[in-house]
Design a protein around this ligand. Structure first.
Ligand code: PMV
Length: 366
């Protein structure tokens, strides 16, 4: 268990040496992830109400370049650019995040912090950019801390990066690792924690070593409800208790299915979770509806297609209308034919993203 991680990280902060550092740099490529068992509902501070399970993507990532140098004053100066341009909304989120983590990283005060970030996937595409960007930022800051402390990038490094990423965006905690990742305490696994994510330790069945994710863009519109608002609505949700029990059962069953190569159970749980997530949104007060007619048409077509052709493909949804088709690599040809022949018609300007499970973040330069 995590014990006093908060205290451990504060103690490490004492060892940091502000004042004597030159210009430090780090660039990380951090992928996004798609949750199969959803995190929806949280306690203070970014502690999930139930454990979640995701897999990390490969092609959909944030590349973030971080440069830090001391200046004469004590104030922190931030220059942030997204795809070469200033972005006030993102900058203010990052400013707030840096403030929140300042007690863990005192070397950041009195610094010029320059961040240049870009994503390989469009905004509001159904891929969580907060997961990849907060993951990249946490990894970058932890990397610079290691440069100052002359430490290596061991297991502790990734755990700390996951802990810090969580403070930026809960789902970002999972993006720090590749493959299948869980976040949230599971009673039968002492390595899991509400404070950081843990990669699935067991080897997975052959169907799950090459999992793919085709994201069908049903609508490119910005979400009408932020995920923070959605999580907050779970506080007084009439179904909250039942939901957290459902998620706990689903995660155990899903993990067993992945390890045991049980694709049928995998599909059933993945779709149950997607529908449960949107069911919670539609029954909160106020209620909100993010599904579009095209979302329902695609989901129902997937279920028919499976029945007609016996193909292993499941849908899942994030907090938006776009549909993720999850399938093992060996079904690729058939799923691509289905997308091309039938599903593109439901997509906004026939847009979709072709992604698959990846091995996790990568540091591009030190
Ligand atoms: O990490 P947040 O606060 O954006 O919440 C993510 C919530 C979902 O994407 C809907 C589910 C999940 O587990 O990623």
């Amino acid at each position: 268990m995590s014990g006093g991680l908060h205290q451990k990280y504060l103690d490490e902060a004492v060892g940091q040496i502000p004042g004597s550092m030159g210009i430090l740099k780090s660039t990380w490529r951090c992928p996004s992830n798609i949750a199969l068992v959803k995190y929806w509902g949280k306690k203070h501070v970014q502690i999930p109400a139930n454990p979640s399970l995701s897999f990390t993507l490969s092609n959909s990532y944030t590349e973030m370049n971080l440069t830090i140098g001391k200046h004469a004053g004590n104030a922190q100066e931030l220059e942030y650019s997204f795809e070469g341009e200033q972005n006030e909304a993102f900058e203010s989120r990052i400013r707030g995040y840096l403030r929140n983590i300042s007690s863990y990283f005192p070397f950041l005060s009195g610094c010029n912090i320059r961040i240049a970030s870009r994503n390989t996937f469009p905004h509001s595409s159904g891929i969580a950019s907060s997961a990849s960007s907060m993951g990249a930022l946490a990894l970058g800051i932890c990397s610079i801390e290691r440069q100052i402390l002359d430490g290596s990038k061991d297991e502790d490094f990734y755990r700390k990066a996951s802990y810090m990423a969580r403070l930026g965006s809960g789902s970002a905690a999972r993006s720090v690792y590749g493959g299948f990742v869980t976040w949230g305490t599971m009673e039968d696994n002492e390595h899991t924690s509400d404070e950081f994510a843990t990669p699935l330790a067991e080897s997975v069945g052959p169907a799950f070593t090459s999992l793919c994710d085709a994201v069908l863009i049903i609508s490119p519109d910005k979400k009408s409800v932020s995920s923070s608002q959605g999580h907050a609505l779970m506080d007084d949700h009439p179904y909250a208790g039942a939901r957290y029990l459902q998620a706990r059962k689903n995660i155990l069953d899903l993990r067993r299915a992945i390890i045991g190569n049980d694709i049928k159970t995998f599909i059933q749980i993945a779709e149950n979770e997607a529908l449960a997530l949107h069911g919670l949104m539609m029954s909160s007060d106020p209620a909100f509806l993010l599904l579009k007619p095209g979302t329902l048409q695609v989901m129902s077509r997937i279920q028919e297609f499976r029945k007609e052709k016996g193909i292993s493909v499941a849908f899942t949804l994030d907090a938006g209308p776009n549909v993720h088709l999850i399938y093992p690599g060996y079904e690729r040809e058939k799923v691509l034919a289905l997308i091309m022949d039938e599903l593109l018609g439901y997509c906004y300007q026939e847009q979709w993203l072709d992604d698959r499970m990846g091995t996790g973040p990568e540091e591009l330069s030190v």
